[in-house]
Structure formats: C-alpha cells, structure tokens
Design a protein around this ligand. Sequence first.
Ligand code: SAH
Length: 355
Amino acid sequence: MNILDLDFPDWEDAVVRAGWKKYRGGQIFHWLHRQRIFDPAAMSNLPADIKDWLQREFEPYPGIHDPDVRKSLRDGSEKILYSLPGDSHPGGKEMEIVYLPHKTWNSVCLSTQSGCSLNCGFCASGRIPFKGNLSVAEMVFPVYDLIRKTEEKINNIVFMGMGEPFYNYENTLKAARILSRQEGAGIGVKKIAISTSGVLPAMEQFLRDKEPFALALSLHFFDHGKRRDFMDVEDKYPIAEVIRFLVQNKDYFNRRTIMLEYLHLPGINDSPEEARELGKLGQILGGRINLVPYNGETLKIKNYLLRKPSWQQSVDFQNQVKRLYKMVFIRNSAGEDIAGACGMLAGSFAKEREN
Ligand code: SAH
C-alpha cells in the first residue's frame, strides 16, 4: 500500500493493530495530509519504531514526479500531465489534472482513471487507450504537489477530469474524504464536486452512504435514442431513470448542491423543446445548470455534425432556459488553448513528444 492511500480512520486502525496508541494514527495523517511531509524520517514527533514501521510497510509517496506542465497564455490555467509508473501497464499510464486559478479562489480538476472506460462520442478521453483506475494516492498527491509548487490555497476540487469517477467509486470517495478532512487539506465538502455520466447504482450508493459532496450529472440529452448515439452508458442506465432517481431524492441532493452539466452542441441538443425540458427539470430539482459549450474539432458522428457553438448561440439557448429557471450559467471552459478544457484531456503531451 502506498503511504497516501490511507484515510484518517485507516491510520488509527493500522497503528492500533500494530500495537501503538490510536492518536499516533492521527499524527501520521497530519504529517502526510496537512504538512505534506511524506518521508517518515522527518516526522519528528514519532518514535523510531513507528518510523521504521512506516518505512518498512508502506510504499513511499513518489513514484510520480516531474510532470509535464503547460500553462495557458489566455487564462492562466495549467494542464499537468503525469506519467504514472504502472506495473500493470508496461510503459506506464498517463493522467492529467487541470489547475484553474481565479482572482479570489483556486480550483483543481482531477482525473479518476487513466483514459476512460466510457466511450462518449464528443469526448477525447475516450479515444485513448483505457489503462485503469487511479489509486487514492495518485489522486491526492498531485493536489499536494500543486500546493507546494504554487504556494496557493486550493478552495475547490472537481472530479471532472479523465475517467468516470463512479466506475472507480471507492478510491474517488476516499480521495474526496481525505481532501476534505480538517486534519488534512480541509477543503469544504460542498466545494468538492463529483461528476458522473449517470452510473445509477453508484448514485444510489452515494445516497445510501449519505456522502456530503456535491454531485454533478452529465445530462447532455433528454432523448434516449439521441443520448445513446453519443453515450454508451445510456444503454445501461437510461437518463429517464437517472432523472427519476434524482427527483425522488431531490431534498437530499439539493442540500449538497446538485449540478446539471449540459453540453451545448448547436443544432443537436438546443431546440426550444430541449430548452424547456432543461428549464423544467431545473425548476423541479433546484441546483445549478451549467451549459458547457462543445470544445474541440468539428466532427461527424453518425448523422450529426459536432461543432463549437458561437457565444451568441449559447447565450440564446441560455436565455430560453432562463425563462423557466434562473440558475443557468454558461461555463466558460478554461484551458482550451492547452487542450485542458472539458472533453479535451487525452494525454496529449506524450503524443506530442513522440511526434
Ligand atoms: N465521466 C464523468 C466525469 C467527466 S467530467 C462524467 O461524464 O461526468 C467531464 C465533463 O466534460 C463531462 O460533463 C463531459 O460530458 C464533458 N465533455 C466531454 N467532452 C466534451 C467536449 N468536447 N466539450 C465540452 N465538454 C465535454
């Protein structure tokens, strides 16, 4: 196990099992996740035998270093690409995070898988080989690395990078919990959002476990046939069922902030009827609707032509939705010039290096 894979209670259990007092677990967690000191030798309030035990029993944190960084000249966002050594994946596996600094707050977009096991027609992450789930350590370490490098506070975490968080449920939730702990980075639970394409059984588990984090649903289409044309996940978990589930449990989800992500594909999913459906759902569910203008190249998929909407097209659609529901925003995706925007994460550094 990697030293960064364990949550606070895991450490308490581990030290007790090894014969020490419970509070030692908290001290270890504090060193790792608050102080971001990963070398047991430097954990000055621990006795030598615990330090030895840590060295002996746990894989040390690095394993991932020297990421490739590309900074956007347009908006200051940074895309950071890690090559993870993967015993299970000869040649390693790639993973990207995106740092989104703002005037008064900073946000990080994390990946949960290397590549993505979904296959959404509009998204670049599905076009590269899927190389598996990220571990807890692989999700939290890049955040600490970023804090060290920028010397900035991170206020927001969104699990909206490569991968489907709800196909890597345990690790994602554990990473979120670790990042939210007061004894660690202390990022507010409502400031941590997990996005899903609509993996219903995991959404049900999220509710059963009373997870406190914000939930985002990548809605994109109301029509079953149309959604299926773009998203394989629709075959397994039709959007109508997912919506029904959210509506039935709207009180719960609303207390935690629910976000509906709606990819804007001009001429494909922006009819007046679709604007009405979206506005109506907003009225029923509450929460926040984010319109995400399609990023990326003009592309023909089946009978559809995917292209970027003009700003005006997105504003027009937004205004139609707004007639029914006010909380609808156009999410101006940062990092487009560095292929760091939504739907553009595809390990592109490595490809460029090969060329
Ligand atoms: N698999 C999860 C997490 C990924 S979040 C999910 O689907 O929610 C990434 C978001 O970017 C998703 O809402 C995804 O649908 C959206 N996206 C994918 N391709 C995009 C593109 N080309 N332009 C804009 N947004 C895109």
